[in-house]
Design a binder for this molecule. Structure first.
Ligand SMILES: CCCCCCCC/C=C\CCCCCCCC(=O)N[C@@H](CO)[C@H](O)/C=C/CCCCCCCCCCCCC
Ligand SMILES: [Ca+2]
Ligand SMILES: [Zn+2]
Length: 263
């Protein structure tokens, strides 16, 4: 029986050639391109610090989980081991589960769920079952995870229908654009590897890492914006860009404004 920790024991092998740039790192560019996930957490925590002061638990837990996603993705591409692949996929699954538990607006709860506490239990049980099922055919897991993005898009669209702020709509459009580029790179690497190898550019999966990290940079402020609007009625969310609106490269964040108090 092959050792599940051994190099190249995973079901999946990405298009980039193995051990071409290092004797210990199987896919060199797919490994180093995870750097974005390590930057994402401190950026989210720092820029959204007003939100963090009022709702520290979700932001700290999600930031920690994003670091795990980066770490396990590095381990996976470095070794291409079976354990690496499962850790990579399961860390994404649990990050999504925690994000949904904290941030899914109550209006989207199934009818039988009466409170967020019950929703926590539902997501917890669903995620444990999915974790067990993920061992059946690990190669399918990534496809299932990518499908969740379509549900996220649907949620964003429903929430945007209730929002008149043009800047927020623009930020959502930019997020979708980055995601389309990201998912196109992921699919191209998976399905058209022969073509990319033939032209000597089998690096699309590293582009996916960078592009999905950028789309998350837009996705989280949007989620925070809707959370403040739905769950923190004493504040008004305000979209800002760091370092300033006029810079060519900017990072979005959410500031909290207290609506004028009536005496
Ligand atoms: C109300 C809900 C709020 C949800 C907030 C979103 C939380 C997103 C959390 C984590 C996503 C991390 C995805 C990074 C993957 C990096 C590792 C990787 O590349 N793994 C591959 C193998 O190396 C593996 O094949 C990839 C699997 C697919 C993962 C797809 C995850 C879907 C993420 C949704 C992203 C939303 C962005 C914009 C949505 C339109
Ligand atoms: Ca490879
Ligand atoms: Zn990857």
């Amino acid at each position: 029986m092959p050792n599940i920790f051994s190099y190249q024991s995973a079901e999946v092998d990405w298009c980039e050639g193995n051990f071409e740039h290092s004797a210990i790192i199987a896919e060199y560019y797919n490994t180093i391109s995870n750097v974005g996930f390590f930057a994402l957490s401190p950026v989210l925590l720092y820029l959204n610090r007003q939100y963090r002061q009022h709702r520290p638990v979700p932001l700290y837990i999600i930031s920690g989980l994003l670091l795990c996603v980066g770490l396990f993705s590095v381990y996976f591409h470095m070794t291409l081991s079976y354990v690496g692949q499962l850790l990579d996929e399961l860390s994404i699954l649990w990050t999504l589960a925690v994000a949904y538990s904290f941030w899914l607006p109550k209006t989207y709860f199934p009818r039988c769920i009466k409170s967020r506490k019950h929703f926590f239990w539902l997501t917890g049980i669903t995620t444990v079952v999915s974790t067990l099922m993920s061992f059946v055919k690990p190669a399918v897991n990534a496809y299932a995870l990518n499908c969740i993005a379509f549900h996220l898009l649907y949620l964003m669209w429903r929430e945007l229908k209730k929002c008149n702020d043009k800047r927020v709509h623009r930020m959502a459009a930019v997020m979708v654009l980055w995601w389309v580029l990201a998912i196109s790179s992921w699919i191209s690497d998976r399905w058209l590897c022969g073509l990319w190898q033939a032209i000597g550019f089998p690096y699309l999966h590293s582009f996916w890492h960078v592009l999905i990290a950028i789309s998350l940079l837009y996705c989280f402020p949007l989620v925070i914006y809707f959370d403040v609007r739905n769950e923190m009625p004493s504040f008004k969310p305000k979209l800002g860009y760091w370092p300033s609106d006029s810079w060519p490269v900017v990072v979005p964040y959410i500031a909290l404004e207290e609506p004028l108090k009536q005496c």
